[in-house]
Design a protein around this ligand. Sequence first.
Ligand code: ZN
Length: 188
Amino acid sequence: MKKEPDQKKLAALVKGIIEELGEDPAREGLRKTPERVAKSLTFLTRGYRQNLKKVVNGAYFESGTNHMVVLKDIELYSMCEHHMLPFYGKCAIGYISKGQVLGVSKLARIVDMFARRLQIQERLTEEIANAVMDETGAEGVGVVIKAKHLCMMMRGVEKQNSEMVTSAVLGSFREDAKVREEFMSLVK
Ligand code: ZN
């Protein structure tokens, strides 16, 4: 786990960016901006300072069945590691437990833990899938993320409506086409 960022150091760096962009960091509206940005960046990357065991905190429930559990439309906000601009969208997680299910809110927290870092969508998808697999001991896990990237919308190709879709499948979701199809049809 990483240490908490030094707020003064971070604020000084942000001030440097503002200056280099040709702005005056002493002007009224910008005076407190370095501190605010430092605080904001610290929050947006807090996933680095979290750990999976603590996030899940033993919130398991016994379940007799081995049906597929799907949680859809988990809001997701992350930051692309190439431009440090946000990408945001929805995440769906499905898994087939071997008798142990995870509290629903914990799935959302796992998403947050990995989203609040500098990320690429592909890795984020895989990290969530691996974490759910590890934490539930499920026979299979599937994760789908649909997200819009501000680095594409505001700059570069300026494609306003393109959405990136990534998926990661593990265990029976990978090996069994029927299981995978069931999941994909549920998250459509
Ligand atoms: Zn980017």
